[in-house]
Design a protein around this ligand. Structure first.
Ligand SMILES: C[S@@+](CC[C@H](N)C(=O)[O-])C[C@H]1O[C@@H](n2cnc3c(N)ncnc32)[C@H](O)[C@@H]1O
Length: 380
């Protein structure tokens, strides 16, 4: 959602815009004053104007991140400084102003007698604008900051070799990569001469994909398989793939089977759909905790990033978890996902209902015994 900043040609040149406007459909959110508190609720750097200004910016960004927003989604703010000395106000202002960069929203800078927490001398109130709809359940792939570090946090993509080998084995010349994400496989296959369409509803991941070698040889589609079926004329692909457990993002049977039918319509008769799905009995979610799932990376231009999972809910066949990604500036971005764990029989019967015959189920060589790799042929 874009915040438009308005300058005034008549008023004095100021270090902030004179007004900000948002589209009529915008959803506004009024944030509590951001305070310089650590996670235990203790005041950071009591009495230190600059240190508290930095801490307040970090906490403000965290509150926004929890809503899927960032500083650039702020419409206006008010900077409160407990001091009667104007120089203290300016010291705080300089920190806040630098954090906002070009997004110099309308602001009020005020000296107040006292603030609420012991030793607190800085607080920033803000009004922000939010996306129209909540983050999708797999928002981890559609947030520009998260998409930018996705590959660095998962650098070993030897899981994709399996698909490259199968494409070669089947002699596939045209490939549809459903849920292509940041496009690692799509660009590798394009580099090997395949005609590739990569489709994904996460625009931020596609932006990363478009910057990879051979990306110019891939047709990128923003959407799902049904959208691809509307855009691509006639059945044609030799092979469709869903790597990285994309098959599990379809939680309901309706969504899963609609996806399969759309893929079937995009394959030539006799074409193959190949995908993996975790074997439920292996209970992969048992290691989706902060200790066992922690990964980190030093990302050029971004700095140290850490990521881990928190298990939220395990039901009959679905598992909900929250992924946390912490950046060097102290901001942690949460993103929730729900995955469906289908049995081999459920996979086979759902494929049959959608015009596929399972020809083979393999083991993933890099994850032996953990996943079904399903090779299904379009038979109708
Ligand atoms: C774990 S990632 C795997 C990405 C990529 N295939 C890989 O191996 O790196 C799951 C992907 O599924 C995508 N996705 C979510 N819902 C989808 C849908 N309805 N149709 C197609 N892809 C979807 C996500 O945006 C995300 O890119």
């Amino acid at each position: 959602m874009t915040v438009r900043l308005h300058r005034s040609p008549s008023l004095a040149v100021a270090d902030y815009a004179y007004a900000a406007s948002v589209p009529a459909t915008a959803r506004l959110v009024h944030l509590a004053g951001a305070c310089p508190l650590d996670p235990e609720g203790t005041t950071i750097a009591p009495g230190d104007y600059e240190a508290q200004a930095h801490a307040v910016v970090v906490n403000l960004r965290q509150a926004l991140a929890d809503l899927g927003a960032d500083l650039t989604d702020i419409v206006s703010h008010r900077v409160l400084v407990a001091s009667s000395n104007q120089a203290d106000l300016v010291r705080v202002w300089d920190v806040v102003r630098t954090a906002f960069g070009d997004h110099d929203v309308p602001s009020t800078l005020m000296g107040v007698t006292v603030l609420g927490y012991p030793g607190q001398v800085v607080e920033v109130e803000a009004v922000a604008v939010l996306p129209q709809t909540p983050l999708p359940s797999d928002g981890v792939f559609d947030d520009a900051r998260l998409a930018a570090v996705y590959d660095a946090l998962d650098p070993d993509r030897s899981d994709l070799n399996l698909y490259v080998d199968i494409a070669q084995e089947l002699g596939a010349r045209s490939v549809l990569d459903v849920g292509c994400g940041t496009g690692t496989l799509a660009t590798v296959l394009a580099g090997r001469g395949c005609d590739v369409v990569g489709v994904d509803p996460a625009g931020a991941s596609l932006d990363v994909a478009r910057r990879k070698p051979h990306a110019d040889r891939v047709t990128w589609l923003h959407g799902d398989a049904a959208a691809a079926a509307r855009e691509i004329p006639g059945p044609g692909a030799d092979l469709a793939v869903m790597t990285g457990n994309v098959a599990q993002v379809f939680v309901t049977d309706e969504a899963w089977e609609a996806n399969l039918r759309a893929i079937a319509s995009l394959l030539r008769p006799g074409g193959y759909l190949v995908f993996e799905t975790r074997i439920p009995e292996r209970r992969a979610w048992e290691s989706w905790n902060a200790r066992d799932s922690l990964v980190s990376a030093d990302v050029p231009g971004i700095g140290r990033v850490e990521s881990w999972h928190e298990l939220l809910d395990v039901r009959a066949e679905t598992v909900t978890f929250r992924n946390h990604t912490r950046f060097a500036d102290g901001v942690t971005i949460p993103a929730e996902s729900t995955l469906r764990f289908r049995s081999r029989e459920q996979v086979t019967t759902s494929l049959a209902r959608c015009g596929f015959l399972v020809r083979e189920v393999r083991d993933a060589p890099d994850r032996p015994g953990k996943e079904y790799v399903v090779l299904a042929q379009r038979v109708e």
